[in-house]
Design a protein around this ligand. Structure first.
Ligand SMILES: Cc1cc2nc3c(=O)[nH]c(=O)nc-3n(C[C@H](O)[C@H](O)[C@H](O)COP(=O)(O)OP(=O)(O)OC[C@H]3O[C@@H](n4cnc5c(N)ncnc54)[C@H](O)[C@@H]3O)c2cc1C
Length: 390
């Protein structure tokens, strides 16, 4: 094992790491993925996994990066087929009421911004809403923003598929294999990675360790400042997955309800529903006791029952899967991606919306690593915007 040599090693077998490894392998690089536990066992398996540019309208560059993620999924779907990827290109709906002037105006403004960016979206009236989502309880003044190109993903399936492609392209994927530390020459140039399976030789290491990125950088480099200085926080989020006995055809696409208590729902790949809400995210974290988690999940299930007549609500709690995932959330809200300043050969991707962004950041990072040139679209997201890092 200690003699294995690679052109690049990726630390982290989540959606970001495996997708980046795939694009590196497609460039002809000999790649290894090193995953501490199992593939997609981190945040990527606890994600709502709505692929969208719809919720990112504040900054044009960041919106376009997300749109590039959607384009990346479309290209992969042409090559491999939607089913193999676990991709569901059904669009999304955000529902508001005309009587709620603040939310209504915000959504209309969002549509205006999306149109200005050339992102496919349209306003749908009450009749159209009822036709598109016939099983919802809707008020007579409900209307919606329909984003036709949004999708949702079976993220664990996609991660495993990307890993398979890495292997098919001659790469190596190691599970139950934690990265421990870097090996470097006297001049600081990286020469390898010490792992649970021995030393792997490479002059290029990409850290894609999700919420664990600051700690992994600290372990690898031996510089404990990363844990405090890396500008990212871990933002918890509760996801409820209902059992396959609760029919998922209550909704046909991602539905965001902004016309009452917060709720977002989509048809899950297991035949049930995936359910979350922004306000209940704040009520849980990674240490929330099971009983409390159950209580918060019941709130979500009851909200869903209000909106989806026929759905059993909290009665199915015993058969639901409840997870709290930690979002790797950069402090300024935008992806951190590129070379780590002051550490030649060490690269990082840490991002929220990693499901949407994985194909965009993976491809751009493969370009950066294989050519040594920073693609224009990556420039706003480089780590050199952070003072005091490296
Ligand atoms: C509730 C919730 C809802 C979300 N909804 C959406 C959404 O709708 N759309 C969207 O785009 N995004 C969404 N996100 C965000 C998205 O899920 C994440 O941005 C994405 O999953 C991050 O992927 P990752 O590969 O960076 O991290 P992870 O999936 O956490 O992968 C990192 C991997 O690194 C491994 N690792 C850590 N340390 C080491 C080590 N020392 N050696 C080797 N391996 C190591 C871990 O075991 C892990 O498998 C949501 C997140 C949550 C929690």
């Amino acid at each position: 094992m200690s003699t294995l040599k690679f052109d690049a090693i990726v630390v982290g077998g989540g959606i970001v790491g495996c997708t980046a490894a795939y694009f590196l392998a497609r460039k002809g690089l000999k790649v290894a993925v090193v995953e501490r536990d199992g593939l997609a066992c981190g945040t990527s398996s606890k994600s709502f996994a709505w692929i969208n540019g719809t919720s990112k309208t504040a900054d044009e560059g960041y919106h376009r990066l997300n749109a590039l993620g959607l384009a990346g999924y479309c290209e992969l779907a042409v090559e491999f087929g939607e089913q193999a990827l676990g991709l569901h290109p059904a669009g999304s709906l955000q529902i508001v009421r005309t009587s709620d002037s603040t939310n209504h105006a915000t959504s209309r403004e969002k549509l205006r911004q999306l149109e200005a960016f050339g992102y496919p979206a349209a306003w749908v009236d009450n009749n159209a809403l009822r036709t598109m989502e016939p099983h919802l309880t809707l008020s007579d003044d409900a209307e919606g923003l329909y984003a036709v190109s949004d999708m949702n993903l079976n993220a664990p399936q996609f991660v495993n598929f990307m890993a398979e492609q890495v292997r098919a392209l001659g790469g190596t994927v190691m599970e139950s294999c934690a990265a421990q530390s870097l090996e470097a020459r006297d001049d600081g140039r990286i020469t390898g990675l010490v792992t649970d399976n021995g030393v792997l030789r490479s002059e290029t290491i990409l850290v894609a360790a999700g919420p664990g990125t600051p700690e992994v950088l600290t372990e690898l480099t031996g510089f404990d400042g990363f844990a405090a200085r890396f500008p990212m926080r871990k933002v918890p989020g509760l996801l409820v997955r209902t059992p396959d006995t609760s029919p998922h055809n209550f909704v046909r696409r991602v539905v965001y309800f902004a016309d009452g208590p917060e709720l977002h729902v989509l048809p899950d790949f297991n035949g049930g529903l995936r359910i979350g809400a922004d306000d209940t995210d704040g009520m849980t974290d990674a240490d929330t006791p099971a009983e409390e988690l159950r209580r918060v999940a019941c709130i979500l299930l009851e909200r869903a029952k209000e909106r989806l007549p026929g759905f059993v609500g909290a009665d199915c709690i015993d058969d639901c899967t409840l997870t709290v995932g930690l979002r790797p959330y950069p402090n300024d809200g935008h992806s951190l991606a590129g070379p780590l300043p002051g550490a030649e050969g060490l690269f990082v991707i840490a991002t929220h919306s990693g499901v949407t962004l994985a194909p965009a950041l993976g491809r751009l990072m493969a370009e950066q690593i294989s050519t040594g040139q920073t693609p224009a679209m990556l420039k706003p997201f480089l780590l050199d915007r952070i003072e005091g890092l490296g």
